[in-house]
Design a binder for this molecule. Sequence first.
Ligand code: SF4
Length: 519
Amino acid sequence: MDGIHRKSAIYETGEIILSLFDQGEDLLWGRYERQLPLCAFTDNGLNCRRCFNGPCRINPFGDEPYQGVCGADRDQIVMETLFQATLGGVLETARALSILEEPGAELPDISMDLPDKTRGRLSAAGLLPVRRSQLGEVQNSYFSHKGYLGRTLKDLIRLGLIHYALLKRIGNADDKQGGWEGSPDNGSANLLFVGQPSAALWGSLKKHIAEKNLKINLWGNGSSPASPFPLLADHGTPELALAMNVDALILAPNAGLPSLGPLAEKLGIPVILVDDSKTPEQTAAQAIDAALRHKGNAIDAGPFPVPSRIPAKYPALFEKSGAIKEALKSGQVGGMAVIIGEGNVKQTLFERTLSLMEKCIEQKCPVLLAGGLAAQSLLLEKELKARTGSIYSAREKELDSIGIAPLTCLGGFGRIPELVAFLRNLGYRKESATLPAVISFPEFHRTATWALAVSFLALGFTVQIGTRLPFWGSPALSEILLKDWPEVSGGTLLASASLPDGQTQGQQLISAIKATGKE
Ligand code: SF4
């Protein structure tokens, strides 16, 4: 793993990685290294597999080939990559929703979630209302003729709005599931669920444990849009959770990390699959039994504890918009920073996130964490306190009078609609781009996370990207994304092909918050 110098900004993460390395596991970093050097065509979004005449590639350095077999040029191929990544992310969320509720229900009306001006602008463009059937109608028109570019951009925005509507339904389904009552107990067996649990399986797990009064901690991993489980701080990847006293693993079909099952089995951790041959009750009983037996047979507790945070279903901060508005006016609060994402193997885990957070704390901007990063909030808070020292405790004291904290963990993507409502309350009737808030994605790898960035852009927010995306092989398209998006939805994308460092992006984030906070 020599090619990747520093795996994580958090010291303990390095220790966990080394302990697994000593057991012969080099994890996602080792597998990443064996992929190097990455294909420059693919890395820049300049390859296409849209039809069986291909795959085709466009030379990123300006030499031949300039076109695919069908005649598509670099702009058209990069747009196709962007379009497919967005659609893939939205479909991932749609599939998670189909696990939570009966299929076929229509999407909720999202128009009332939008400021009047944004609603009017999107309605005039034919982008409201959104319907589930539109998922089958969106298309990359750009591919057939460059004159259709505007339509494709509109369809990206439509996808973002559909994605937001899906998250509203997920949020409702998540509320119905109810969470886990009680705190994790150090002496209990730990059962980790990766992927999206169905309501029936979640109910069966809870019932089985409660009826028999079993000593089991249930954990989720923060990447599923709705998680009734407490989120396990897995240091950035569930692979590392396997070194943290996990006694059994339930893998849902949409868990999305093929390495996990084989790695758990190698480490002697039972793996239970969710499949149609078993009822939810049988799956729950099998998993609980396996976890208890593993815990009973464990010679010793491992060296790495299971730190966790259970996000409140409705964070206290969401009730405080009135007080926060006053604090914004008086300068007690500089603005709100929303940080969303999960680890990306190409970046030192959490380094960019921490750089942004440091700047936010310094500039009196409370931070809200969502997605996989929310699961790490205890780790991030500890590191942030160590980095900012007395500034952090000063901010805690200042914010105490409002009843909020410098750092709030929101949980999975199902909480996003409540977040949007909260941010809107900070600026009555104002368009999102003028709210004193920026949505930042400093590190991520999932297309569903990119689809969420598109949702925020479609809702008119300012969105900052801290991961290099494969969309920069076409300077013309990059220009369009940066310039034309605001005209259609009001949203602004802060991203560039040459990614600035974390400190520079931290400054960019604060400047954007200050700029958006102005009328
Ligand atoms: S560039 Fe054209 S010919 Fe090549 S794979 Fe894509 S669609 Fe097919």
